[in-house]
Ligand binder design. Structure first.
Ligand code: FES
Length: 357
């Protein structure tokens, strides 16, 4: 069930020219509701120029500090990010959904783990939360961070990362890669590619000694690193990633195929949510479950509508759907019938989707 809460802004800090860190003043009665794990994100809702806009941003703070802080980088043309960077003030109220997301790792204080994190740009926000929490809770663990930015002036959370390096001397190593500024060592100039990864894993860290990998950045970077690690026989269970944006090409292709295959057929769709039931008839092979329900005045949870955040997750209890993108689901969730309703195209005569399970 969508549950936005009104929360005041306690602080706004400009971390780079185009990125603000917003700290929320979560009231005492909502602290349990907003309890979070390192690496999770918050979804915000605002009416901007008469249009409702929802966006998700990762928490960069650590639950250890009992603070709730997100980093919002201004994207050219980005409605919410521009609003956050130019219109918001301390004391303003935001509508915020409680924390969500699976980009996290259970804490084990007794185990000496080695973590490798790779972040690009604002992909540092959940990674910062994970670093701060893992190092603060696991005294025997170490972290190596590869952090890619355009130039030194665009490095988000730079001071905080340096402070963490000093606080956890010898346990946090940070390697900055700059794409539009030259550094003395050629290896650290430009984007990360397979050749660089080979050199880094030969010289900086050993694939065989890393317990978990955390990757956050654009899809192309995630795929490159994940493919490289898989080639080195690193199991998928060790590779955790969070995407920023998705490539729509493959989804578009699949969409066309499904449309052709099921053209002319209809589906009796039942949506169960909050103890209520909504019955509608929709075309098979077209649209998606979420939009069909929203068009019929259902009040359902959603945020990205891009298959990433999983806010719209529900269980398919009867019938068939085809999902265009499934980034927001784990394989075991898919196996157990969970679907991302914003990506689920009905493909049977009857479908029942339950948001309450
Ligand atoms: S709304 Fe984000 S995955 Fe559906």
């Amino acid at each position: 069930m969508s549950s936005f809460h009104h929360i005041k802004i306690a602080g706004i800090e400009q971390t780079t020219n185009d990125c603000v860190l917003i700290t929320l003043d979560v009231p005492t009665h909502l602290k349990d509701t907003f309890a979070y794990q390192h690496g999770q994100y918050l979804t915000f809702k605002a009416v901007i120029n008469d249009e409702e806009v929802r966006r998700s941003y990762s928490l960069c703070s650590s639950p250890l500090d009992e603070t709730w802080q997100v980093g919002i980088k201004r994207i050219p043309g980005g409605k919410f990010s521009t609003y956050a960077n130019t219109q918001l003030h301390v004391g303003d109220t935001l509508e915020v959904m409680p924390p969500q997301g699976h980009f996290t790792k259970a804490i084990d204080p007794s185990h000496p783990s080695q973590y490798l994190m790779i972040a690009a740009g604002s992909g540092i926000t959940p990674i910062h939360s994970i670093i701060k929490t893992q190092l603060g809770s696991e005294p025997l663990s170490t972290v190596t961070l590869f952090y890619i930015n355009q130039s030194s002036s665009t490095i988000i959370l730079k001071e905080s990362l340096e402070a963490l390096k000093n606080q956890y001397l010898g346990r946090l190593r940070i390697f900055h890669f700059l794409t539009r500024e030259n550094q003395a060592a050629e290896l650290f100039n430009g984007r990360i590619d397979s050749e660089k990864l080979s050199i880094l894993f030969d010289s900086v860290c050993d694939v065989n000694h890393i317990d978990d990998y955390f990757l956050c950045g654009p899809e192309s970077m995630i795929h490159l690193v994940k493919d490289f690690l898989n080639d080195q026989n690193v199991a998928d269970s060790k590779i955790h990633f969070e995407l920023f944006g998705t490539s729509a090409d493959s989804a578009q292709e699949k969409k066309e195929e499904i449309k052709q295959q099921f053209s002319g057929k209809t589906c009796d769709l039942t949506i169960q949510e909050g103890g209520r039931s909504l019955d509608i008839t929709v075309p098979q092979g077209e649209g998606n479950v979420l939009d069909a329900a929203l068009d019929n005045n259902a009040d359902l949870p959603f945020a990205c509508k891009g298959g990433v955040c999983a806010t719209c997750k529900a269980k398919l209890v009867e019938g068939n759907v085809e999902m265009l993108l499934t980034y927001g689901l784990e394989q075991d969730e898919i196996d157990n019938g969970y679907i991302l309703t914003c990506q689920a195209v009905p493909t049977s005569e009857r479908c029942v989707v339950d948001f309450d399970i």
